[in-house]
Ligand binder design. Structure first.
Ligand SMILES: Cc1cc2nc3c(=O)[nH]c(=O)nc-3n(C[C@H](O)[C@H](O)[C@H](O)COP(=O)(O)OP(=O)(O)OC[C@H]3O[C@@H](n4cnc5c(N)ncnc54)[C@H](O)[C@@H]3O)c2cc1C
Length: 425
């Protein structure tokens, strides 16, 4: 057990990294590298509640780990919702390009895919975890697994940590890298929010992000598995802002997913009214869509209405479901239906109001929006403005990225800046 000694209080700096996920492992590694480069000595300890490190990291990229992307800093900053500017300095200090080099220097070959996403060449997330773990061990970092930190206090210049078995440890610097609270089975249960709060840090309420949603207003399960390249979405978000977005949509057994929904989920309220335009390639206005359908009905009078709607670019199952939603029998001959039938159908295709729910989504959300309030953290050092010597890195911060390597890059870059600023000699 690492107990405080008088010598320690006076001389050797001790760094406590809470959380052995990507942010924690990387932060510890950079601290150790810097300390070595400067010929100094320090005690660097990672405290991880699980018996193994990087449990969530192992799941990333469907087990392959999309650890960053080949992209400019300017591009990256655009992909963290409204909080990208907080990361600008960190992403500049440790850009995706430098990250790639750094991992390759650690002995992990990487491959850039045609969509710019970067993966280990082995396609194994385990190799990323092992590379980081081995590099940490090589640099003398102490790994304290099965050690859940439950309390942190500060007295004079020293932090005191308590674990779930009642043992206490001390450190001159603390980095909270406990992640968010999505996929809680991986160990990320939001402990860090509580720890930060007891040290006086305000927390923006955590919210599931990068998640699919359940559909409450209707049952869409007959269309499960259907994907569309372009659907337009409009809604008023949980902060009362009107939002418009478009992109690929996937129908799931219980509701909706795909990039369009995943990337907007950070803004949804737990129960959210949305409107979908299923045919944005035809137009925004229902009058345009109505005109197009009536024209198609005239040209293909002998066809069933469902076939005409399918020809507008909607899969037959979805066309059938949408006709049902509009209360129209899709088997009717196109020649038999007039404006009275088509006008409500066109209105539905242009502006389909649905109610979705995020209830229970933390279990499947890829990230957590919300977290340590950014105004209380220095973006150039990741140090708390409120408590000297306390730092943050990774998903615990109120920053969440889009899908595609942005979240892990945020973990690497914030960890890097925290480590650099802690070890300035
Ligand atoms: C299924 C899935 C796939 C994903 N795929 C990708 C991807 O391909 N690319 C990408 O960029 N992002 C991806 N992400 C997101 C990415 O995994 C996270 O953003 C990233 O893991 C955050 O890193 P972190 O170190 O901040 O937190 P975490 O990875 O959550 O690590 C936090 C660690 O802290 C430990 N801990 C928590 N509380 C305590 C405590 N009190 N004491 C001690 N230890 C504690 C936890 O056990 C955990 O090991 C994915 C997420 C999921 C769920």
């Amino acid at each position: 057990m690492h107990q405080t000694t008088t010598t320690e209080r006076l001389s050797v700096p001790s760094f406590a990294i809470i959380g052995g996920g990507p942010a924690g492992l990387f932060t510890a590694l950079i601290i150790a590298t810097r300390v070595q480069e400067q010929g100094l000595s320090a005690t660097i300890t990672i405290y991880e509640r699980n018996s193994t490190l990087g449990r969530k990291l192992l799941l990333t990229g469907a087990g392959q780990c999309n650890l960053t992307r080949q992209a400019s800093v300017a591009h990256m900053v655009e992909h963290y919702g409204e909080h990208g500017t907080f990361l600008r300095y960190a992403l500049t200090e440790l850009s995706p390009e430098r990250t790639i080099k750094l991992f390759e220097n650690l002995g992990l070959p990487l491959t850039v895919r045609s969509d710019d996403k970067v993966f280990p060449s082995s396609c194994k997330a385990r190799d990323v975890v092992e590379t980081l773990r081995n590099a940490c061990l090589k640099r003398g970092i102490i790994l304290r697994q099965e050690c859940r930190i439950t309390e942190i206090t500060k007295n004079d210049n020293l932090f005191f940590l308590t674990d779930d078995r009642g043992a206490s440890m001390s450190a001159t610097r603390v980095v909270l890298c406990t992640g968010g609270c999505s996929f809680p089975q991986t160990g990320s249960t939001g402990d860090g929010y509580h720890l930060a709060q007891t040290l006086g840090h305000p927390i923006v309420p955590p919210h599931p992000a990068l998640t699919g949603v359940k559909l409450l207003s209707t049952n869409i399960s007959s269309c499960s598995g259907i994907s569309l390249d372009q659907v337009a979405l409009t809604y008023t978000d949980r902060n009362d802002h009107k939002r418009e977005a478009h992109g690929p949509l996937l129908v799931t057994h219980q509701g909706l997913s795909g990039p369009l929904i995943l990337e907007q989920s950070r803004y949804f309220s737990l129960k959210q009214k949305i409107s979908l335009n299923w045919v944005p390639h035809i137009g925004k206005k229902s009058s345009l869509i109505e005109h197009k359908i009536l024209d198609a009905c005239t040209k293909r009078g002998a066809a069933q209405l469902v076939t005409v709607i399918h020809a507008l670019g909607l899969p037959t199952k979805l066309a059938t479901w949408l006709l049902q939603e509009a209360g129209i029998d899709g088997r009717r001959k196109a020649a038999e239906v007039g404006r009275k039938v088509i006008a409500p159908l066109a209105a539905l295709l242009a502006d389909h109001e649905l109610i979705i729910s995020l209830e229970g989504s933390f279990a499947q959300a890829m990230v957590t929006a919300g977290g340590v309030e950014l105004a209380t953290v220095n973006p150039n050092t990741m140090e708390s403005h409120l408590i000297k010597g306390l730092f943050f890195a990774g998903e615990i911060l109120d920053v969440d990225g889009d899908s595609g390597g942005y979240n892990l890059q945020a973990a690497w870059s914030t960890g890097y800046v925290a480590a650099q600023s802690m070890t300035i000699s």
